[in-house]
Design a protein around this ligand. Structure first.
Ligand code: CO
Ligand code: ZN
Length: 327
């Protein structure tokens, strides 16, 4: 299951095999590069391929890495990506070997709002630190099961497994494209878009699109943001790592309008995506982002709307099915 599979940054080997199984019949060639990116190539249909298009969705999830095991068996940890202490208390993590732990915090001087990661630990139920089934350097992701609420869904890792699912479904629904398509399931996005950096250099695309989550402004007293769940995929204008290429942004908007697909415009003040790396690859690549509006990003309960995901697939299929004009 894509949403529940283990895959903290740098540890994407399990989720990669889950996705490889899904896409192997949907591509002409599938390979894995040196960093672990899964690259599916779909050849252009027609005599003159128009553009080389790279689509990127990251496989990795935020998580924690064990830094120290004390004599009682409590695990101290560092973060892998943007993990916030206030999202951990009362939650659980799961290691690659299936061991599940509860996050606890020191009682000394602690308040629920001011907890720091270095005042927290993981309790795997050990009686002592001898023969721990966990080693220093082991990584864990959050542990929660996928929940289907009907119109909406919750998972520990909608960021960015919903993007992976949208990309897989796009390959499935895209019967033919005049473009060379490289669907890349990237590694290590959450620790600094590292997989996108190397895979974009290797693919050398003419156009690049990331598929990732974005924040919303539709919950009580939330930050002001003109993105809401259920109002369509968001076409990125800007985030803290990039300004979307004007031509790519306009081409996505045109594809949405021509096909009567609902869409929103996204200006995100904190966070970025793989497009930030793809855009500055080599001599520069026109890049944009199709974002899935997501509540509670970087918590163990990230929520998305099913129709937004479906409409993101429709938008990508429409965009890739025709020549792309970038002016
Ligand atoms: Co993220
Ligand atoms: Zn993401």
């Amino acid at each position: 299951m894509i949403a529940e599979a283990y895959g903290p940054s740098g540890h994407e080997h399990i989720i990669r095999e889950v996705i490889r199984d899904e896409i192997k019949s949907l591509a002409d060639e599938v390979r894995v590069d040196a960093l672990g990116n899964l690259i599916a190539h779909r050849k252009a249909v027609g005599a003159t391929p128009r553009k080389k298009v790279m689509l990127a969705a990251h496989m990795d999830e935020i998580g924690v890495m064990v830094t120290h095991i004390d004599e009682k068996g409590f695990l101290r940890f560092a973060s892998l990506g943007g993990v916030f202490a206030n999202t951990l208390v009362g939650h659980r993590c799961r290691f690659e070997n299936g061991i599940i732990g509860a996050f606890g915090q020191e009682k000394k001087n602690s308040s629920r709002t001011e907890t720091q990661l270095d005042k927290m630990f993981i309790d795997i139920g050990a009686r002592d630190g001898k023969n721990s089934p966990i080693n220093v350097g082991d990584a864990a992701g959050f542990w929660r099961e996928f929940t289907d609420l009907g119109d909406r869904m919750i998972a520990k890792t909608m960021d960015d497994r919903i993007g992976c699912a949208v990309l897989i479904e796009t390959l499935r629904q895209l019967k033919k494209s005049p473009h060379e398509i490289f669907a890349v399931f990237t590694v290590q996005e959450e620790v600094g878009v590292r997989g996108a950096t190397t895979s974009a250099f290797g693919v050398q695309p003419d156009v690049a699109i990331a598929i990732d989550v974005t924040d919303t402004g539709d919950t009580p007293e939330s930050n002001t943001m003109a993105v809401a769940l259920g109002k369509g995929p968001a076409i990125k204008v800007k985030d803290s790592g990039m300004l979307a290429h004007r031509g790519v942004k306009t081409a996505l908007i045109t594809a949405a309008q021509e096909n009567k697909i609902p869409y929103q415009l996204e200006v995100l003040t904190g966070g970025s995506t793989d497009a930030m790396a793809m855009q500055v690859s080599r001599e520069g690549v026109p890049a944009g982002v199709v974002s899935i509006p997501t509540r509670y990003v970087h918590t163990p309960s990230e929520m998305v709307d099913f129709d937004d995901a479906q409409n993101a697939v429709k938008l990508l299929v429409a965009f890739l099915g025709k020549p792309i004009k970038l002016d």
